[in-house]
Design a protein around this ligand. Structure first.
Ligand code: SF4
Length: 372
C-alpha cells in the first residue's frame, strides 16, 4: 500500500475574514488546549485502528495553525510521529498567516520536521487586504518569510487571490512582482468565491462592493499564468504553479485520489474507499460527536478519480485508470470523452488524457459526460 497523506485542521483565527466560510473561528483561543487534546486522542485512535501505517506527507491547514502556542503544535507533531511511520523525506507543510508567525513558532516547526511553509499573502495592496478583512500587510508577509528562512525553512508557498473588489490588472502585476521577490518555490492563484452567509456576500448583494467581473478575472488569471511561466514556474494544476520539484506532494496525492487521513473539526478522510467527515463545528468536535462515514461505490470512485485527476495538467493515465478500476474498462469509459476531444476541450497523448486550456475554463462540461 502506498504511504498516506495526513491532514491536521487548526480552526483558530485572529479575526474572521469577510469572505471566509472555512471552518475557522476567532476569539476561541481559550479552547486551544482542549482542542489539541481531542485532536491528539483522535490521532491515537485512528493511528491504531489503521495499523499505524506509513505516511509521506503531512499538512497542517486551517484556520491559522501559526496561532497555536509552540508547545501545543509540538504536542500534535509528536503524536503524529508516535502513531504513523512518517517517512524521513516526508513533505511537511504548515499554513501560516503573516502577522502571526513568531521566531519561537518557526523554531518549533523546524524541530518537528516541517520543511514547507504555506502563507496566505493574497495581495500586495493594503486597501485590498483591508477590504477582505485580512489582518496583515505586505511588510508582514516579508517579515514572516524572513522568520521562516532564519529558522531554516526555505521552501515557501504563497497563496494569491484574484477577482477582489477594486482589484485591477496593475494590482495583480504588483502583487506577482512582490510575491516573486520573496523567492517562493510554489505559488497558488485562487479566484475569490463569494460564499453565501459571509459579510462579503451581503455587501455584494447590497451593491456596496463591486467585483471586477468574469472577463477581468480571466485576464488576471492569464496574467498570473504568463508571469509565473516566464519566471520558470510551471502550472501543474488549475490554480497551482511550481518551480521544478516544488509541487505540493500532499495535494498532488489528493488529486491522484490516494488515501489520506484528516484530524480535527471539519477534516475529511479517504481510507480504503471509506470517506469520513468529522463534525464541522468546533463545539460538536469538542463534544466528541461522531464523524459521518460513507462507503464509496465503484462508480463514484471512478468519477472522483477523473474529476480530481483532470485538475492536474499531467491529466490521467489510461493505464493507471485500468490498474485501479479494471482492465479493459478505459475503452468504454474513456470513449465518453470523445466529444470533448473532438471540440478541443480534452487532449489525448502518450496514453494520457488531459484538459486543454479551454477545457480548464469549462471543466464541468467535460465532467458531465463521465457521470453514471
Ligand atoms: S485567515 Fe484564512 S481561515 Fe482564517 S478567517 Fe481568514 S480566510 Fe478564513
Amino acid at each position: 500500500m502506498k504511504p498516506l497523506g495526513l491532514y491536521v485542521h487548526i480552526p483558530f483565527c485572529a479575526r474572521k475574514c469577510a469572505y471566509c466560510d472555512f471552518a475557522s473561528w476567532a476569539g476561541r483561543e481559550a479552547d486551544r488546549e482542549r482542542y489539541v487534546e481531542a485532536l491528539c486522542r483522535e490521532i491515537e485512535i485512528r493511528g491504531s485502528a489503521c495499523g499505524h501505517p506509513a505516511a509521506d506527507t503531512v499538512f497542517f491547514g486551517g484556520g491559522t495553525p501559526s496561532l497555536l502556542p509552540p508547545e501545543l503544535y509540538t504536542k500534535i507533531a509528536r503524536t503524529l510521529r508516535a502513531n504513523f511511520e512518517i517517512a524521513p523525506d516526508a513533505e511537511w507543510t504548515v499554513e501560516c498567516n503573516p502577522g502571526t508567525l513568531t521566531a519561537e513558532f518557526a523554531d518549533a516547526l523546524r524541530e518537528s520536521g516541517c520543511n514547507r511553509l504555506s502563507m496566505g499573502m493574497q495581495a500586495a495592496q493594503p486597501e485590498l487586504l483591508r477590504a477582505l478583512g485580512r489582518i496583515h500587510d505586505l511588510d508582514g508577509v516579508r517579515q514572516a518569510a524572513a522568520i521562516a528562512r532564519a529558522a531554516g525553512i526555505d521552501n515557501l508557498n504563497l497563496d494569491l487571490m484574484l477577482g477582489l473588489p477594486g482589484q485591477t490588472l496593475d494590482h495583480m502585476r504588483e502583487t506577482l512582482d512582490a510575491a516573486l521577490d520573496l523567492k517562493p518555490r510554489h505559488v497558488s492563484c485562487y479566484a475569490l468565491i463569494v460564499e453565501e452567509g459571509t459579510p462579503l456576500h451581503g455587501w455584494v448583494e447590497q451593491g456596496r462592493v463591486k467585483l471586477p467581473g468574469e472577463d477581468m478575472d480571466r485576464a488576471m488569471y492569464g496574467l498570473c499564468r504568463d508571469t509565473l511561466e516566464k519566471q520558470g514556474f510551471h502550472q501543474y494544476e488549475i490554480s497551482n504553479f511550481a518551480l521544478p520539484g516544488g509541487e505540493c506532494r500532499h495535494n498532488v496525492n489528493c488529486w491522484q485520489r490516494r488515501d489520506y487521513l484528516g484530524f480535527g473539526c471539519a477534516a475529511h478522510s479517504l481510507w480504503r474507499e471509506e470517506r469520513r467527515a468529522n463534525p464541522r463545528e468546533l463545539d460538536d468536535y469538542l463534544k466528541g460527536q461522531a464523524p459521518e462515514t460513507e462507503i464509496i461505490s465503484a462508480a463514484d470512485a471512478r468519477f472522483e478519480y477523473m474529476m480530481l485527476g483532470l485538475r492536474l495538467t499531467a491529466g490521467v493515465s489510461e493505464r493507471d485508470f485500468e490498474e485501479r478500476f479494471g482492465q479493459g474498462l478505459w475503452e468504454t469509459y474513456g470513449a465518453r470523452l470523445e466529444p470533448a476531444v473532438r471540440d478541443g476541450r480534452v487532449t489525448r497523448r502518450d496514453g494520457r488524457v488531459f484538459l486543454t486550456r479551454r477545457g480548464m475554463d469549462v471543466m464541468n462540461s467535460v465532467l458531465v459526460a463521465l457521470l453514471d
